[in-house]
Design a protein around this ligand. Structure first.
Ligand SMILES: *Cc1c(COP(=O)(O)O)cnc(C)c1O
Length: 334
């Protein structure tokens, strides 16, 4: 029985084509700047997203950390969603390692931060306060796509207030595919963008931070400091290049599968939140542990959470989605 793992889009295995690309990648020592495949990936993504420079790093957590630390000095502050990955799910790295104070704000129903709330949170220039330096947004945010006109407003807003604007674009390409726009339509509003290659794009490892040459120069120094300077990393960068070339458009299949899952579960009487991209949230309440155990016995891997998140990805087919729906139907009857 093949296992259907819906816990995250990070669980994908590298495809045969990706493994071939990795095996034949030319490599060099990337700390010396001599890995041609890493250099190609950095140039490729910077070009695609409209930035002067880019930096390949092992994880999205490191990419966000380096971005925040490159923008902010010790005693600066960044404004961020209370539910944002950079604030909630990265071990408090910006504060711990960067001495950057987070100012979290409640995320709105559409995944955005209310700019009036952001304005109210900006500290006056006064030695009592941390210096507010940066606004960090996330797109997609729990599967939701931030509207382009909101991003334009956020750009104008941060310019007016002298703030930098960072995007945690772990799932940037899910947002671009959903909006049916070039990813640059999204990234044009930001001073820096972090993109994960290891989520829906299906690479085993890797994220890329994009920004100005100056910002990325600073981030490169910080990457060495936090132990992220890798050597023949071209083997990994080749997977990222392969993903950009071959596994972006197919994200639409994941979105279709997520819709199919949501509709099937609703038809079976479950309370399912509206789906935009590859994430399906179902209210399981006190049945969270029970459905996890029930599904596990039937080859479906789930998280256990009252608000259960299921994530579609390239290793889950449409037929397997029907199997998952059948599992939930059986669960509601057992
Ligand atoms: C996964 C993720 C990251 C970083 O992930 P790593 O596991 O460190 O690669 C950052 N932001 C968001 C929104 C994510 O989903």
């Amino acid at each position: 029985m093949s296992v259907i793992d819906l816990r995250s889009d990070t669980v994908t295995q590298p495809s045969a084509g990706m493994l071939d690309a990795m095996a034949s990648a030319p490599t060099g020592d990337d700390v010396y700047g001599e890995d041609p495949t890493v250099n190609r990936l950095e140039a490729e993504l910077a070009g695609r997203l409209g930035f002067a420079a880019a930096l390949f790093v092992p994880t999205g957590t490191m990419s966000n950390l380096l971005g925040l630390m490159a923008h902010c000095e010790r005693g600066d502050e960044y404004i961020v969603g209370q539910q944002a990955h950079t604030y909630k799910y990265e071990g408090g790295g910006a504060a711990v390692l960067g001495s950057i104070q987070p100012q979290p704000l409640e995320v709105q129903a559409d995944g955005s931060l209310d700019l009036a709330h952001v304005a109210a949170a900006i500290k006056p220039d006064d030695f009592h306060f941390a210096r507010t330096r940066l606004l960090a947004l996330e797109n997609t945010m729990q599967g939701k796509v931030l509207p382009l006109d909101y991003l334009a407003q956020a750009r104008r807003f941060t310019q007016e207030h002298g703030l930098a604007l960072h995007l945690d674009g772990a799932r940037l390409y899910n947002a671009a595919i959903k909006l049916n726009v070039d990813a640059r339509q999204i990234t044009q509003y930001f001073d820096s963008v972090s993109v994960c290659l290891s989520k829906g794009l299906g690479a085993p490892i890797g994220s890329v931070l994009c920004g100005s040459a100056e910002l990325i120069g600073k981030a490169r120094r910080l990457r060495k400091m936090v132990g992220g300077g890798m050597r023949q990393a071209g083997i990994l960068a080749a997977a990222g290049l392969y993903a950009l070339e071959h596994q972006v458009q197919r994200l639409a299949d994941d979105h279709a599968n997520a819709q199919r899952l949501a509709e099937g579960l609703r038809a079976a009487g479950y309370e399912v939140e509206p789906v935009q991209t590859n994430m399906v949230y179902v209210q399981m309440g006190e049945r969270a542990e029970a459905i996890k155990a029930f599904a596990d016995e039937r080859g479906v891997k789930l998280s256990a959470a009252p608000r259960l998140r299921m994530v579609t990805h390239m290793d889950v087919s449409g037929a397997q989605i029907d199997q998952v729906i059948a599992t939930f139907v059986d669960f509601s009857r057992h």
